[in-house]
Ligand binder design. Structure first.
Ligand code: HEC
Length: 160
């Protein structure tokens, strides 16, 4: 074989091997951002406790959100959307979900919109916020969790 072709074939083989190994690693370990929080029982319990204390009064005891959440009110606010898979939290990458909880809903509000989503930077530590997010995610079906994982990679979809 021509030495140059040999080189190209070798490079191709090595590249394929590395790429396959990398994808395999990511898939097998589920190590996309946010999966790192894991669904271990201690984190779940901690996340659920914070959810019940801080979030349930608006987002619902069963994460079902407030009635009519899809319709913006005349004053520019919206009712709290569900946190289960019927809402649109899963359309955001982890970083955006985290920022909304830490800094409040206002950070992504457009002109004419007002947010009643409070900021939790005073009352919840960063690990507490990740625990709440892990708890919320644990209620989603696998398929929705996978779609959100893709949102992580793409940087998220346009907010509604
Ligand atoms: C006072 C009511 C209220 C409380 C308490 C509250 N939220 Fe919200 N939240 C809202 C409203 C209203 C929105 C709708 C979006 C907006 O106006 O920015 C929202 C939006 C969100 C979103 C973005 C959803 C999306 O798809 O855009 C997340 C995530 C969220 N809240 C999580 C939480 C968590 C976690 C807690 C508890 C730590 C919490 N919220 C507590 C009212 C509340």
């Amino acid at each position: 074989m021509d030495p140059l072709i040999k080189k190209v074939v070798w490079f191709g083989a090595v590249y394929l091997f590395v790429a396959t190994a990398a994808v395999g690693y990511i898939v097998l370990t589920g190590s996309f951002a946010g999966r790192g929080t894991g669904f271990d029982p201690a984190t779940m319990a901690r996340g659920q406790a914070h959810y019940v204390e801080h979030c349930a009064r608006c987002h619902g005891a069963n994460l079902e959100g407030q009635k009519g959440w899809e319709t913006r009110r005349a004053d520019g606010t919206v009712p709290a959307p569900p946190q289960d898979e019927t809402g649109h939290t899963w359309q955001h990458p982890d970083r955006q979900i985290f920022d909304i909880i830490k800094l409040g809903g206002g950070i992504f509000s457009k002109r004419g919109e007002r947010s009643e989503m409070p900021a939790y930077r005073e009352s919840l530590s960063d690990p507490d916020i990740w625990a709440v997010i892990a708890f919320i995610k644990s209620t989603w079906p696998d398929e929705v969790r996978d779609r959100q994982m893709r949102a992580n990679m793409l940087g998220g979809f346009e907010h509604h």
